[in-house]
Structure formats: structure tokens, C-alpha cells
Design a protein around this ligand. Sequence first.
Ligand code: PMP
Length: 393
Amino acid sequence: PASLVHIPKPSSVHTEPLHVPSKTLMGPGPSTAHPRVLQAAKLPLLGHLHGEFVKIMIEVQEQLRYAFQTTSKYVLAVSGTGHAAMEAAVANFVEPGDVVLVGVNGIWGERMADLVERYAGVVVRLEKPGGQVFHPDEVERELAANPEIGLVFLTHGESSTGTLQPIEGMGDACKRHGALFFLDTVCTLGCVPFNVDKHGVDITYSGSQKCLGAPPGASPLMVSSAAMAKLKQRKTKPFTYYFDLNLLGEYWGFEDNPRWYHHTGMVTNMYTLREALSILQDEGLAEAWTRHREAAERLWSGLERMGLELFVENPEDRLPTVTTVKVPEGVNWKDVASHMMHKHKIEISGGLGPTAGKVFRIGIMGYNAGPQQVNRLLSALKEALDLYGQPKG
Ligand code: PMP
């Protein structure tokens, strides 16, 4: 058999146990994981259909109902990052020819429009410049003008621009026109106030590595019974096996059925998601919302005291979890970010999509949403700006 080995061992890779540096992740994500969550990653593997593991899945579903504030039966964690849950939602709820209204005010709306088209849906774009949000009457106007729209997509926390999309009244507007309300909550679940049932959200997906402070890889997805009824009426099977919600529902026990093998569940990621949701449960949802709000306000006032200007003009539209702040003229954002990384091991990032090159993006999420962490970030940023250029006062 040795004669089959033609490719030599990779001499550039050292095989002693892996070490990575410890960094404070204050970009748009992933955020620093909670130490208790990382402990859970060390637990022994279970089989993905073992009784103990199924119990963990059921507990995660209960905990997600609390985090989303929903009584819906149809809650699960998709194997994969936020994009996996995003794609799962589109693959199941968009049939060829379905008309979808997509709010585009940053890259998440752009990506959603792309995804919908890949599944042969028809996109109606509702556009706003980055930094602005949509109002329910604008959505309602589109719905009234185009009765074919069956799905309305908005991004609750637009991490490329730093906006918080108000959702009060959106679900009602959708319902009045027979459309389902589809919301991205990747940057808001567990840190920004919302209530899926009260706000009439029919489909929402999130991520584990932002506000929940878990590693990326198990992504919450919730579907209302109205959306599930639409799924049952599809003319074609979803064009995906891995993300088929009927099949996933059998693995996740949607109909109280015995669970059977669809794919190998993400055992370790389920432990870490459960641990993160337990931390949220211990703290309390409302308390976690308040902690994030207070951390964001501390950050915003610190930035303004330094003479910096926030990108989102209307304070009410600012996303507490990912802040966009204008890069002062004459400053190269990369110099500042790399100083913070090399000297302080703090990650912040630059802009994306409509904000590329114009802003720093600072994420204050999960484990990092506390006064000491924000103060540390502010002093490291001030030091970097003093070195690499003075903001205009
Ligand atoms: N939506 C939003 C608002 C996000 O911020 C992100 C992650 N940056 C995603 C979706 C995609 O998530 P992931 O990178 O985990 O696939």
C-alpha cells in the first residue's frame, strides 16, 4: 500500500497540537465566544440520533422559541453558517415564478435578491441608500401596486451599513396583502428587542456567532404555521435535499414523529449553541437587550467624544450590535485596524458593499457587550487614530 503514497507529507505543516492566538473579535462577526461555550466544545461526541443528543436538540428548540419569542413548532438549527439558513429559507419558500419583494439597503438585500433569482423567483427591488431603512407604508405601497408579491424580505440588522430596520407594522402590512414576512435576524437575535409572534414574522434565520457568542456553524431558523402551510402547497419539491424543510422537519421532530437520519447533525455545534442559549436564558432576554443597548450607547458617545461621525444619521436607525463610523479624511482604515490588531489583539473591520472604504465597522456583541470591553476598544482606537491621523474636530 505504501506504493500508493505519491504525495509527500506536507513538510510546511507542523503537527504538534494546534495553537491559535487569543483575540478580541469586535468586527461584524464572529464575536468572541463565551468561555463557557468553548468548554462545551470539549465534550465527548454523541451520535446524532442518540437519546442524549435528541434531548439536546429538543432543548435547543425550546431555547430558540424563547430567543425568537414564538410558540411556533417549526424551529430548528440548520447545519451551516447564517448563509445556510438563509439559503434553506429561499430554497423552501421560493418556487419558480414566485414574486418576492426584497428591501435592498446594503449587501444582505443584494445577496437575497441574488439567491431568490438562483431559485427562479422574480425579485421586486425596494431600494434605499446604505444607512437608511424602510417604512411600513413604503412596503405597503409596493404590496398594493403588485398583488403578486407573496414574500417580503427585510434585514433587521444590516451589518454592512449599520442600520436597524424598524419592524413594527411590517408583519401586519404583509398580512393585509396575503404576503409572508421574511426577516434576517443574524445580527439581532438575542441582543435587539423583537418578538417574532407579535411582529408577525413568518420566516426568520439567524447565526450563532454574533450576539449569541457561539462558534459559527449551527444557524437558527424559525417558520410560522402560515409559512409551513405554504410549503405544503408547493407544486415541486424544493430544489435541495440538504435544506429540504420537510425532510429536516422529520429529523427535528416537527410533527412529533420519531426522528430519523437525514444528515449527520452538527454534534459539537449543537452543544455550543445550547450552552450559548443557556447563558442567554440565565441572563434573561430583556436583560441581554438592555446590556447591548447600554454597550452601544457607551460606544457611540465615546466615538463622538473623539470627534468621529457615525455613518447612520438618524440615531433611531442605528444598529446597536454593529456600528458604522466614518473613517476621518486622510486616514487609511487599514492602518488603524492593523494597529489595533497588532498592538491590542482587537479586531475591527472596514466597510462592505455601500460602505466599503468609507467606514470602520465595530461589533459589540455577546460576550463583548460590556462596559470594560467597550472602554478597551475606545482607548485602542484613540491610540491608533492619534498615530495614523487626527479626525477633524
Ligand atoms: N446576514 C447578516 C445580516 C449578516 O451579518 C451575516 C454575516 N455577516 C449573514 C447574514 C451571513 O452569515 P454567515 O457569514 O454566518 O454565513
